[in-house]
Design a protein. Structure first.
Lengths: 231, 345
């Protein structure tokens, strides 16, 4: 049974992806800060597959160690999905509080790299690391300086890790705009009900995870869900 | 591929099932094209047992057609459309579907924005969530109703019908005699000419018949996009039968493009099929060639259909051009209720 660690998996994209992987026979290690929501997710998915759920903060090194230890000796997939938007509404860079920015970078950049460092020795050729990115990593949207620059850093870490580990598949993926709590925080007071729910990005993510696409940066909703050939 | 240049005159289109023209299912015409000799022969479908022999394997798709088209209304009185339920959405729950939105009479595609909610016949609703896999014509949608999608369609749906079919026909007209597993939005129509009696005669002749399942999505004839992923299953026993035929000198004949897609998706480089199921995005082209099949039975396709690339992979360009020229000359009928084409090695 293949095993995946998914961070930020008590709601939104992380939970939608965890559901799809559970259906497909993956054992899961789930992580989130919110204990009650995580427990609900673990109960639901525990009925389908083997689940370990650990509440905690990915910026905390003890918690990261616990996630990897509870996954065991062989880890087939790491999905760095947990991220921090920053203040809502997001301040312009000219008066962005630096202590908050530091925290955004800890969660969005350092934690994914730290988890990667821990899982690399437990991965075999062909295993995958998926870092969830954003179009804000590429586009200079006003007000997105904190989150956007952290995701740009994550993209570049991903690209370099891919060069350094050619036998693994290391992706950064933009899931597209989604109707999630983080998206609502990014647009406080706005109606975001026209954004697709996170499930719309799941088929593309599964293609990355279970397919053979080369390492790189992808748009989840533009990926065809099946491999061109199952050969 | 060198484009096949031909136009289908309206009188070459089959507008109704052959039975409605007084021709039994197995009475449609069969053009036989042999790759080794380049010979082309005009026969009738019921002659098939004479054209095959002991040890040959006919692989059939036992997916049954579902009534996948439903009339729908847009919100705020913005008009009526028609929803074609193409496939389940890969890797998502059953209420997620891949759909195509068409004009109210089904004659042409209709482009609607993501986020719209449609009211379907019988009170169900459908949220158009996002474009599907960045394509232009299909959308990812979420179905909302007390009924499961399949039960709902059985009660409220109609067979998908494009403009060349002049009036509605019952679902049975779109069902192969051996179809047992509902799931195809469009009929896997290459198998339509088979009758129970013809299948008995094939068995008596020593021909082996082996099943696969591939739930066919929508072809939407106006678009020239390659086919989207479809769910398929090649059972262990069928894979074994094909390998045995390969080693024993029998020919593997696929009944329809869906069978070629499924078998080629389950075949290793050495030409041996494996038991396999899942979603396949395989598009068979002359460049990739075919490994699992030696020949096929198929209908007559539109000039730009991506199916023609697959046919070229099986028949080779010269024979395919000659077949289509001969079929146009002899007035063969096109589309799902039309005549047949047997490509032999």
């Amino acid at each position: 049974m293949p095993l995946a660690i998914i961070t930020g998996s008590s709601r939104g994209l992380g939970l939608a992806l965890a559901r799809a992987l559970a259906e497909r026979g993956w054992a899961l290690v789930l992580d989130a800060r919110g204990g009650a929501e995580l427990e609900r997710a673990a109960r639901e998915l525990g009925a389908i597959t083997e689940v370990v759920a650990l509440p905690g903060d990915v910026a905390d090194d003890w918690h990261r160690g616990a996630l990897v230890e509870s996954a065991g000796e062989k880890i087939d997939l790491l999905v760095n999905n947990a991220s921090l938007l920053g203040p809502s509404p997001q301040p312009p860079l000219g008066r962005y509080p630096l202590d908050t920015l530091e925290r955004v970078y800890q969660v969005n950049v350092l934690a994914p790299l730290a988890l990667t460092q821990l899982v690399l020795p437990r991965m075999a050729d062909g295993d995958a690391i998926v870092n969830v990115s954003s179009d804000a990593a590429l586009e200079p949207y006003a007000g997105w300086g904190g989150y956007g620059s952290s995701k740009a850093a994550l993209d570049q870490l991903t690209a370099i890790l891919a060069e350094e580990h050619p036998a693994l598949r290391i992706y950064s993926v933009d899931p597209g705009d989604m109707r999630t709590r983080m998206h609502q925080e990014a647009f406080p007071g706005e109606d975001i009900s026209d954004r697709p729910p996170p499930e719309a990005s799941v088929p593309g993510l599964i293609r990355l995870i279970e397919g053979t696409l080369p390492s790189g940066r992808y748009l989840a909703r533009e990926l065809t869900p099946a491999e061109p050939a199952l050969r | 591929m060198t484009a096949l240049a031909f136009e289908i005159a309206p009188d070459l289109e089959a507008h109704e099932p052959p039975e409605a023209r007084g021709v039994p299912r197995d009475g449609v015409r069969l053009l036989v094209a042999q790759r080794s000799s380049g010979a082309i022969e005009h026969r009738t479908f019921r002659d098939l047992p004479e054209l095959l022999g002991p040890g040959d394997v006919l692989v059939i798709n036992v997916s049954a057609t579902i009534p996948a088209a439903v009339p729908a209304r847009r919100a705020g009185g913005a008009g009526a459309v028609r929803v074609h339920f193409a496939t389940r959405a890969p890797h998502l729950d059953d209420d997620w579907r891949v759909v195509e939105i068409r004009s109210a009479d089904g004659s042409r595609p209709a482009r609607l924005p993501a986020g719209e909610r449609l009211t379907l016949r019988g009170g169900a609703s459908l949220e158009l969530v996002a474009p599907y896999a960045s394509g232009q014509r299909l959308m990812l949608a979420r179905f909302c109703c007390e009924l499961l999608v399949d039960d709902y369609l059985e009660r409220h749906g109609e067979p998908i019908r494009y403009s060349h079919i002049s009036k509605p026909w019952p679902l049975e007209a779109y069902q192969n005699v051996y179809a047992i597993s509902p799931g195809s939005a469009e009929m896997p129509s290459a198998g339509r000419p088979f009758t129970r009696e013809l299948m008995s005669r094939l068995v008596a002749r020593g021909v082996t018949i082996a099943p696969i399942t591939l739930h066919a999505g929508v072809s939407s004839p106006e678009s020239h996009e390659p086919p989207f992923p479809e769910w398929f299953e090649v059972p262990e026993r069928t894979a074994q039968t094909i390998c045995d035929a390969r080693h024993g000198g029998g020919r593997v004949i696929a009944v329809g493009t869906t069978v070629v897609r499924a078998l080629e998706s389950a075949t290793a480089a050495d030409g041996c099929a494996c038991a396999r199921s899942g979603w396949t995005g395989l598009v068979v082209t002359p460049e990739c060639g075919v490994r699992a099949v030696d020949g096929m039975i198929t209908g007559w396709h539109e000039p730009e259909a991506s199916h023609l690339m697959m046919l070229e992979a099986v028949a080779g360009p010269e024979l395919l051009h000659a077949s289509y020229a001969a079929a146009v000359d002899a007035g063969y009928l096109w589309h799902e209720f039309g005549d047949s084409h047997l490509i032999l090695p």
